[in-house]
Design a protein around this ligand. Structure first.
Ligand code: PLP
Length: 405
């Protein structure tokens, strides 16, 4: 049965006149869910659940694109933020919690000798690029994955000067030869290579270490973009898991369980370039989000949240793989257990898109929010019973896809 989404649809109609993000052609991931099947407006969220404005409840595996790690509205985070708000969170001076958070980051992130606090992921990745340019005296950038919306990282060319686009290069993931060719051609003009450790495909053994080695050889600053992997794969993110030593690393999202704050961490020699460049915002000093980050990192350090997330993720991946095999679906489970994904694999594009639509429609109608075009995420507030519901919804989805063959 289709969900009742009348209240969502009514709000969407009102919003179309005034909300610029509903312009024709605005095609970022959040708007590419299954049209008419997914809710658009939420009434609220708690723990692993989201309620839409029509009153439907979902187990949430989108989790605000990976910003929620402890569950929506985790009590210790809310309390820390409330206390900071009550005390006055923007008094024109630094609050003590800023030092506390910076010390914490330098303790838990392996390569962090110093850190800089910003607000968004794009702030942090753009700051990394600017420091690398100042440090090397080079303008070029190699980037891989999604790294934000600023000129050097924009995924659509409109509005970006040609000169900026020409200075930015990319390469094929898991292909060291491709990166080597790029470095041989352009290495002398490249300031940094800024990359996610992986997207939905995991790195092959030795790939990330090989990237690090190639970059060192060419004097290119290595920036690991840990916006999704940080504080989720491990406290120190993928650099801890894969034993890497990036010069700089960017964090945000799960670091503060949904509050807007990001961090650039790294070697002192690079970080001290902050004194030579212009990186500033009125809001960088606001302390409420810093309190959220300290409370989140404290919780992640104190309890077994990350082990729990990994265990639930492995269970989900195993059960999905079994369901795919049982139902004879052309699909495969990929990604890290903490941020898994299913790829539909039919060689015929139209059939593949139809399989996807059938699956995600069935799943959302059964009260589970999965993103069709982006990692899913797991939070520690999710119980094994919630996961049972996710598995049952996915199984129903795969069975419908299988039955159409
Ligand atoms: C890996 C990565 N880097 C950078 C960003 C940009 O962060 P923001 O959207 O907060 O600017 C994102 C956002 O999704 C991301 O996933």
């Amino acid at each position: 049965m289709p969900l009742r989404l009348d209240a969502s649809e009514a709000l969407l109609d009102r919003a179309r006149r005034v909300d610029a993000t509903l312009a024709d052609g605005y095609a970022l991931a959040r708007d590419r869910l299954i049209d008419g099947e997914y809710p658009v407006f939420a009434r609220g969220a708690a723990g692993p659940y989201v309620w839409d404005v029509d009153g439907n409840r979902y187990v949430d595996l989108i989790l605000a694109y990976g910003t929620v790690v402890l569950g929506h509205g985790a009590a210790e985070v809310t309390q820390a933020v409330s206390a900071e708000l009550a005390a006055g969170f923007c008094p024109s001076m630094r609050k003590p919690v800023q030092v506390e958070l910076l010390e914490l980051l330098c303790e838990v992130v392996p390569g962090a000798e110093q850190a800089l606090l910003l607000k968004t992921g794009s702030d942090a990745t753009s700051a990394a690029v600017r420091l690398a340019r100042a440090h090397t005296g080079r303008d070029g950038v190699i980037r891989w994955g999604y790294n934000g919306w600023h000129d050097w990282a924009a995924t659509r060319p409109a509005g970006v000067p040609a000169a900026v686009r020409e200075a930015v290069h990319t390469f094929a993931f898991n292909d060291l030869d491709d990166l080597e060719r790029l470095l041989e051609r352009h290495g002398h003009e490249i300031a940094c290579c800024l990359m996610m450790p992986f997207e939905v495909e995991l790195p092959e053994p030795g790939f990330l270490a090989g990237v690090q080695e190639l970059l060192r050889r060419h004097g290119v600053v290595f920036v690991l973009d840990e916006m999704r992997s940080g504080f989720r794969l491990a406290l120190g993110g993928a650099q801890e898991v894969y034993g890497l030593e990036p010069d700089l690393a960017t964090y945000g999202k799960a670091m503060a369980n949904g509050y807007p704050i990001s961090a650039l961490c790294g070697r002192r020699e690079l970080m001290r370039r902050v004194g030579d460049v212009h990186i500033s915002s009125t809001f960088f000093i606001n302390a409420a989000e810093m309190a959220a980050a300290v409370a989140t990192i404290d919780a992640l350090r104190r309890d077994d949240h990350l082990e729990r997330i990994a265990r639930l993720g492995r269970r989900l991946q195993d059960e999905l793989a079994a369901s795919i095999a049982r139902n004879g679906v052309a699909a495969g489970v990929t990604g890290a257990p903490q941020m898994p994904f299913v790829r539909f694999l039919d060689g015929d594009e139209q059939r593949r898109e139809q399989d996807k639509e059938t699956f995600y429609t069935a799943v959302v109608r059964r009260g589970v929010l999965l993103h069709p075009n982006h990692h899913w995420f797991i939070c520690s507030a999710m119980s094994d019973e919630d996961l049972d519901a996710v598995v049952a919804a996915c199984d129903a989805g795969f069975s419908l896809v299988g039955a159409r063959r």
